[in-house]
Structure formats: C-alpha cells, structure tokens
Design a protein around this ligand. Structure first.
Ligand code: HPA
Length: 265
C-alpha cells in the first residue's frame, strides 16, 4: 500500500521536498500560499485516512513555499476518530519514502497560560502524553524503543525563535499535553495538567511526533491557541470556536513558516 501511494505521488508531482508539514484544524489556509501546487486527495492514496473532522481537509499538497519544496499533509486523522493512535503511520512513512527528513507539525490548542491568549502561537518544547495511547504499540522491532529526550529539535526551535523575533511575530514556548478527546477537558483535568507542567492542551500531534522520531525525522511543532482551556474563563468550549479562531493565529503562523523555510533553505 505504501509503495502504491508513493508511486501515485511521484507520478503526479515532480517536487522533491525534504520538509513535510502537517496542518491542523482550521490551519489549511497555508496551502493557498504554496506555489506550483499539485494536490493529491487522500482518496487517491492507498492507506491514507479519510479524516472525519469538519475543518480538516484531506489532501497531500506538494508545492514550494518561498522557494523551498514542501509536502503538506492538509488534514490528519486523530486517535479519537477510530481509536487508532497509529492512524497517521502510513502517511508519515510515505513522506519518509519520498525524501522528507524534517517534519513541521501544527495544531489548534487550548491555553493554560494567561500570557498565551487565543490567536497567539506556541512553539512546543516538549509534551506530556495524557492519552496513554502510543502509535508504536504492536511494533515488533527494537526500533520501537524511541528516545524522546530531544524529540523537538533544539536547532530548529532556536531557528524558529530567531525568525519570529526578527519578524516581530509573538511566539511563546511550552509543553503540550495530549488528551485523547473528542470531549474537551474538564476544569479539574486542566488544573491537573497545569500542575503537571503543561502549557497547552490538545487532541493531536503527539502520536505523529512519536512516529516521526521512530522514522528518524527531525521534528518542529507549533500550537495555534484558539481558546483558554476549560474552566479558565467560565465559557463552554466548542469546535465552532476552534474553527473560527484557528485562521486568526494561523495567519501569523503561515507568515512565520514561510520565513522559517526561507531561513532553512
Ligand atoms: N482542548 C483540547 N483540544 C483543543 C482545545 C482545547 O481546549 N482547543 C483546541 N483544540
């Protein structure tokens, strides 16, 4: 399946990217910034998921962003959709096979810090796996024992912080806690996560970080803050709010990523 998906991509697109991007809820707008874009719907790629979440596209888009070829997974499958933490394994293996060695992940998240309000961007420095699931359960090789001490690449993070500063784009840093979803957290869970050292919470990304490290890719990840986490303002949370707020922070994230890719090339 993996070989067939890889063949479909190399047949349709002449791009040879080494950087891959995964776009989260409401953040698909970044693909509009791609030049020479070739869109391959996941439905044409054997083994790719059919995401069921509104606000998520379902296509691999190859193109160039400020001159750098990139492969963009626009739309992801989440653990909460089918109970499979490895739902993104095949797409990430295919990215690896077409030559991707650096993966940039994005998501929408709730903030646990007053200083990181909705609309702002957080650079993820580390994570806490509160979902308790792992995409490598069932993997038989010794490669499953992945070290996670330096999962979020320090050089790429330093570069991202430098670029953000130069561009005047506000960027906080922090720890992302993965909850399974699909319900939002309770206020008590948010107080717990804060006590444990989390700065933002969300329902994605961590399994992909684990898979990318398993595949030997460098990882960089950003959260677009769409809301204050449960119990912090008294307001009820909703997916509508995520979809409405994501493009706001998403616009500055797109600017940051464009400049970052320029800097990396
Ligand atoms: N919790 C979990 N996932 C989220 C949130 C949240 O508050 N906001 C956006 N995605």
């Amino acid at each position: 399946m993996k070989e067939r998906a890889t063949a479909v991509i190399t047949d349709r697109a002449g791009h040879r990217p080494t950087v891959g991007l995964v776009l989260g809820s409401g953040l698909g707008g970044l693909v509009d910034a791609l030049e020479d874009a070739v869109t391959v719907p996941y439905s044409d790629l054997p083994g790719f998921p059919q995401p069921s979440v509104s606000g998520h596209a379902a296509a691999l888009v190859l193109g160039t962003l400020s001159g750098t070829p990139v492969a963009v997974l626009s739309g992801r499958a989440h653990y909460y959709e089918e109970g499979r933490a490895d739902a993104m394994r095949l797409p990430l293996e295919v990215l690896k096979d077409i030559g991707i060695d650096t993966l940039i992940l994005t998501n929408s998240a709730g903030s646990l810090r007053e200083e990181a309000p909705p609309g702002s961007i957080m650079l993820i420095t580390d994570h806490i796996n509160l979902a308790g699931a792992n995409p490598l359960i069932g993997e038989k090789s010794d490669a499953r024992f992945v070290g996670m001490t330096a999962a979020y690449d320090a050089d790429l993070r330093a570069r991202a912080e430098r670029v953000a500063e130069a561009e005047g784009i506000g960027l906080s840093t922090g720890v992302y806690a993965w909850f399974s979803g699909p319900t939002f957290e309770t206020p008590a869970e948010i107080r717990m996560a804060r006590t444990l050292g989390a700065d933002a919470v969300g329902m994605s990304t961590v399994p992909e970080v684990i898979l990318a490290r398993f595949l030997g890719m460098r990882v960089l990840a950003f959260s677009v803050i769409t809301n204050m986490a449960a119990g912090m303002t008294g307001a009820e949370l909703s997916h509508e709010e995520t979809k409405t707020m994501a493009p706001k922070g998403g616009a500055s994230l797109a600017r940051l990523l464009t400049r970052l890719l320029e800097d990396m090339s």
